[in-house]
Design a protein around this ligand. Structure first.
Ligand SMILES: [Zn+2]
Length: 896
């Protein structure tokens, strides 16, 4: 017996890993149409995704689970459509994150990074990478990711490092990379510059400090100024007022004295100053505030840096040198109070810039760094989207993309770290020449001195990930892979890294390959908890996808994430939903077992041409509609809605209705049974194909069993002209057929039957009829009575009517006595009122009451009362007795 090969229940634990190995070992993850093969056909257009490389330090979280599920869905769908499909996997070296992790690990052993030195420290990092670097990709495999693992890359591998070097040198040679002092965000404990994007602003309570800027040459006169960071007073180089501010006009051009330090600085006029804010006068610290920096440049002000790299005060802070910035704030303020320069402090909500990595307050600082001149790159990236060569899904993010690129500032690409791509610049100590080269130089190109040293900094991690779509395919070499698979197709990633990453890939792709790196950017939102809150360790609401997969299986997790998502919107992940989808996997399992177990029982050939039943036609019409709708939804990136409709079809139509009807049709034997089995196989096969991109494991497992059973019994797959493929992962995507015109009618007729059955189920539930009890029935419908008569057997079977006591009528003059009824969509349904135990109890109790009244009244009327009381009163009591007697008879009759 075939069904013995399928266990009673789906055991995902024993299935998932086995199938993953089966797919991988059979080479299904590799793109068909290998550009290095002699049979290569360059005219076939491939579908390509580069994976957003997870940090090599990463631990699988729901964000990874989301993008892996989504991309795997896209890849499996295109693969099944017969398109050569490639999904390039890999990991990112994640500069700061990895360096911090290894530093912490070494600190536990009492080893400091600085004691080790650069080379030895990097050896430790590589050692860590070798040991743990495969962890995240291993976890990604568990999600069923059908990546071509033979093409796996790492941002620091030789090829990609070469690409980074090439990109830097080309930009430098084009004059698009420069070095210079600029305002950057400085992370004092990481001791590195961090990009604008790596800074998060948090609202925190603080103070606005009001103080006096004393005029240098007008004793006793002062300009009131307010600041949130008093320590920056030490770096002030001007006080600015609005040119039309009557309060301060007279001071413009005069000097004021920096508190405590006594330095003379000018009062300048600038329209940037907001007269209504604070005191209307601004202190200007060009070296420690981005806005002041701009004013400083306009007015040619001196830039005084007051901070060391650890954010302690440097020698420019005179007596405060060596103090931490916050200590200095207190001390300076107290000193100012002592000499009567303090006006007041006022509580104030600050917008504090904090480092996304360490959480510490970052300081705006002037620092000498390497920058990419971004405008020319940004212009092209803007044009690509404006002119429609790359489109963003959902479209509303297009505006966000434009806005960001239109206001972009030069990109600071140097980081004061050791782990990363070291900047390929060598300084000559003899002639001060700057050597930038593709190969490590041994001497200065200008003066041939050997006295050269390489820049200590490394490049921002996003510099290498910006090259990802083409560096992973071999760029700058013109490899066959680069020529065939590039540009890629869809960049699918979180909306939160549109700027970090996607915009940079657009800019670099256009700069280095002269073409958009992908035609579509698909963005998904964040994964939130079931209440729609952000997951966080402190809240304790973090869902671990590995645990969820252990508990409910990978398919259940994938289906929940995929069906719950719409492009660009956040997704709430609830474990209840995952559990419900685990039940869905079981539903598919049970349905397929039923189909398989009936194949051998059914005749394996037909005697005549098919005579389709209404149910056959209906399920077929529904499947056609589903195929056409899901095709449209897939092409429009509406995967969630497609999944929902496939689910509805499978559970709501196929499993709940058709399978039930099939039991009756199979029991009929002969051609009826043969064609029913034929329909069961075809619909089951199509459903498994449709579900495969969502729930790859359970569908592959079942499909293999279905195929085996079908081949043995001679049944063909959904597409009757095809043979069964070697595996579902490479099986053909089911094509929707053209609507032929008969479908609407059949669906409407079947819907009328479903209405009657559902209405009767509700009525039975209301009357508390046991599920296994059949009843007589009358169904009255003017329009559908012919169809109902024809489908009487099905209606009786599904509606739990006694087939010989079911009447289908066009009209019914009067409701039968003692029957109850319900009306739904033009049908009236009658069934006899059931006698329940409860009803009997109630009737008996009523009978007892009536009997006691009768006894009492008979006693009363048989006594003297009848003679003595007024005639009218006696008559009234007699009438009462008659009424009670009548009720007695009725109750008796009802009780039987
Ligand atoms: Zn030189």
């Amino acid at each position: 017996m075939i069904e013995e090969t399928l266990a009673k229940a789906y055991d995902f634990k024993s299935t998932e890993q086995r199938l993953y190995i089966f797919w991988e070992e059979n080479g299904y993850f590799k793109a068909q149409n290998d550009p290095r093969s002699p049979e290569f056909d360059p005219s076939r257009k491939p579908f390509v995704i580069s994976i957003p490389p997870p940090n090599v330090t990463g631990e699988l979280h729901t964000g990874h689970a989301m993008f892996v599920s989504m991309e795997d869905l896209m890849i499996r769908y295109h693969r099944m459509k017969g398109i050569p499909t490639l999904w390039v996997p890999g990991t990112d070296h994640a500069g700061i994150a990895t360096q911090m992790l290894v530093e912490k690990m070494l600190a536990k052993q009492g080893i400091k990074r600085d004691d080790l030195g650069r080379e030895a420290f990097l050896e430790h990092v590589w050692e860590w990478k070798t040991t743990y670097g495969g962890r995240i990709t291993h976890q990604i495999r568990r999600l069923g990711a059908s990546c071509d693992w033979e093409k796996e890359r790492f941002t620091m591998d030789d090829g990609l490092s070469k690409a980074v070097r090439e990109a830097f040198v080309r930009l430098f040679e084009k004059g698009l990379i420069y070095r210079g002092p600029r305002m950057i965000n400085w992370s004092p404990s990481l001791r590195t510059a961090v990009s604008d994007l790596e800074v998060e602003y948090s609202e925190e309570p603080g103070f606005l400090y009001y103080f006096k800027y004393m005029l240098a040459d007008l004793p006793g006169e002062y300009i009131p100024v307010a600041t949130t960071r008093p320590e920056t007073i030490l770096g002030d180089t001007a006080v600015a007022v609005h040119p039309e501010d009557e309060r301060y006009q007279k001071f413009i051009g005069k000097d004021v004295l920096v508190p405590v330090l006594g330095r003379r600085i000018p009062v300048i006029a600038d329209e940037y100053v907001d007269r209504a804010f604070g005191t209307g006068a601004l202190k200007i610290t060009p070296a420690h505030d981005p806005n002041d920096y701009t004013i400083g440049q306009t007015h040619n002000l001196e830039m005084i840096n007051i901070l060391n790299k650890d954010a302690s005060i440097n020698e420019n802070g005179a007596q405060y040198a060596g103090l931490d910035r916050f200590e200095c704030r207190k001390k300076l303020w107290e000193d100012m109070r002592a000499v009567d320069l303090v006006i007041k402090e006022q509580p104030y909500t600050l917008n504090v810039p904090r480092s996304q990595r360490g959480g510490e307050i970052v300081e705006p600082m002037i620092s000498t760094q390497w920058f990419v001149k971004i405008q020319p790159l940004a212009d092209r990236a803007l044009a690509s989207v404006k002119e429609g060569r790359t489109k963003i899904v959902p479209e509303r993010f297009t505006k966000v993309y434009f806005n960001w690129l239109e206001n972009i500032r030069d990109w600071c690409i140097s980081r004061q770290l050791w782990w990363g791509h070291r900047i390929p610049v060598w300084y000559c100590d003899d002639c001060n020449a700057v050597n930038v080269s593709r190969e490590d130089p041994t001497e200065c190109a200008k003066c041939h001195s050997h006295n050269i040293r390489q820049d200590e900094d490394v490049l921002d991690t996003w510099f290498s990930s910006g090259l990802w779509p083409f560096s992973t395919l071999g760029w700058p070499e013109q490899t066959p892979e680069l020529k065939y698979f590039y540009p890629t197709s869809v960049m699918e990633t979180g909306a939160d890294i549109l700027f970090f990453w996607v915009a940079r890939m657009m800019m670099f792709g256009l700069e280095f390959t002269d073409v958009e790196p992908f035609h579509t950017i698909y963005l998904h939102g964040l994964i939130l908890d079931e209440k729609g809150q952000k997951m966080s360790k402190t809240k304790g609401n973090v869902v671990d996808p590995l645990v969820v997969m252990d508990d409910f299986g990978t398919d259940a997790l994938r289906f929940t994430l995929l069906v719950g998502s719409t492009p660009g919107n956040d997704t709430n992940l609830s474990l209840k939903k995952v559990e419900a989808n685990r039940n869905f996997a079981n539903k598919i399992w049970n349905a397929c077992r039923f189909v398989i177990s009936n194949l051998e029982k059914a005749p394996q050939s037909a005697q005549a041409k098919p005579e389709w039943t209404l149910a056959d036609s209906w399920i077929w019409a529904r499947l056609k509609t589903l195929l056409n709708d899901s095709e449209r939804l897939f092409e429009n990136y509406q995967y969630g809605e497609a999944g929902r409709q496939i689910y509805e079809f499978f559970w709501g139509d196929f499993a709940d209705w058709y399978l039930e009807i099939a039991k009756t049709q199979l029991a009929a034997g002969g051609d009826r049974a043969y064609y029913t089995a034929n329909t069961l196989v075809r619909v089951m096969d199509a459903s498994l194909r449709l579900l495969h991109p969502f729930t790859p494991f359970v569908t592959e497992e079942l499909w293999q069993a279905l195929k085996k059973a079908a081949i043995k019994t001679g049944f063909k797959p959904f597409d009757q002209k095809s043979d069964w493929e070697s595996a579902l992962i490479v099986a053909k995507w089911p094509q929707g057929e053209k609507v032929e015109g008969w479908e609407e009618d059949k669906m409407a007729q079947f819907a009328a039957i479903q209405d009657v059955v559902r209405a009767n189920r509700n009525l039975r539930a209301e009357k508390k009829i046991q599920p296994n009890v059949k009843t007589p029935g009358k169904i009255v419908n003017q329009e559908s009575s012919a169809i109902f008569s024809q489908e009487k057997e099905i209606i009786a079977a599904l509606g739990m009517f006694e087939i010989n006591n079911l009447e289908i009528l066009k009209d019914l003059a009067e409701a039968p006595e003692g029957w109850t009824s319900t009306v739904s969509a033009g049908s009236a349904i009658y069934i006899p009122v059931p006698e329940s135990a409860e009803d009997k109890d109630r009737l008996s109790a009523e009978l007892a009451v009536v009997t006691s009244h009768i006894k009492r009244l008979e006693g009363l009327l048989g006594s003297d009362f009848a003679n003595k009381a007024p005639a009218a009163v006696v008559e009234k009591e007699r009438a009462k007795l008659a009424e009670y007697k009548e009720s007695f008879e009725k109750l008796k009759a009802q009780l039987g």
